[in-house]
Design a protein around this ligand. Structure first.
Ligand SMILES: Cc1cc2nc3c(=O)[nH]c(=O)nc-3n(C[C@H](O)[C@H](O)[C@H](O)COP(=O)(O)O)c2cc1C
Length: 199
């Protein structure tokens, strides 16, 4: 798809059919996401990808069965793929300890970083992934994990030093997507974002 068309048409999708997604499609999309900008080319992000019935491991931790009947997006639970995006601070501390970066002092530990580049990099990569999934004819939602993070870590063996950035649900949209709760908010226009020359 042409880039402008892709950017203008992408919307978060929250209702899927349960048709499986070919693993190769996910791999092709991650192959594009891995080309996202990365501070010091540290590339410290990872995905835990759950497919098919494995997604229940995600939902059982984050949305217990008793809360599902009132869940606003029932079609989200059908998503055939859930990917959990992770950022690794240690990859950045190690990279910035190397000879060409040591002068920054950022190799001293995560607390030395005023901007957490592992969060920035993982976010850039997730954004590329969302566009790649869209371009591949899939729908996707990036969403927060508000509940059960510790339980999810234990269930999936996610090491404590990795930060969970959020989850990406993907699959074939079933066309019954209701607009998200924030969709009616006005969109800011270009002049709202830019402060030419000074604040
Ligand atoms: C950091 C971040 C967190 C988000 N968390 C959620 C979420 O928990 N649940 C949800 O339904 N959408 C979530 N969204 C999606 C936003 O609501 C959505 O991107 C926004 O309303 C604009 O809609 P659009 O992306 O479809 O254009 C999140 C988006 C971002 C960037």
């Amino acid at each position: 798809m042409e880039f402008e068309t892709l950017v203008r048409s992408r919307r978060m999708r929250r209702s899927f059919n349960d048709v499986p997604v070919d693993r190769r499609v996910i791999e092709q999309c991650v192959d594009l996401a891995r080309l996202s900008p990365s501070a010091g080319k540290s590339q410290g992000w990872n995905l835990v990808v759950l497919e098919g019935s494995q997604t229940e491991k995600f939902w059982s931790c984050t949305l217990p069965v008793e809360r599902r009947s009132t869940f606003a997006w029932p079609g989200l639970l059908r998503a055939p793929v859930i990917a959990i995006a992770l950022a690794d601070p240690t990859a950045y501390v190690e990279r910035y300890s190397e000879a060409d970066k040591a002068h920054t002092g950022l190799g001293n530990g995560p607390d030395a970083w005023s901007v957490k580049y592992w969060t920035v990099d993982a976010s850039f990569a997730v954004m590329t992934l969302l566009y790649a999934l869209d371009d591949a004819g899939l729908g996707a939602l990036f969403f927060a994990i508000f509940n059960g993070e510790q339980q999810l870590r234990e269930s999936l063996g996610i090491p404590a030093h990795l930060e969970i950035i959020g989850a990406i649900a993907t699959g074939v949209p079933d066309g019954s997507d209701a607009p998200g709760r924030s969709a009616a908010r006005p969109s800011r226009v270009v002049s709202d974002f830019i402060h030419w020359g000074t604040w």
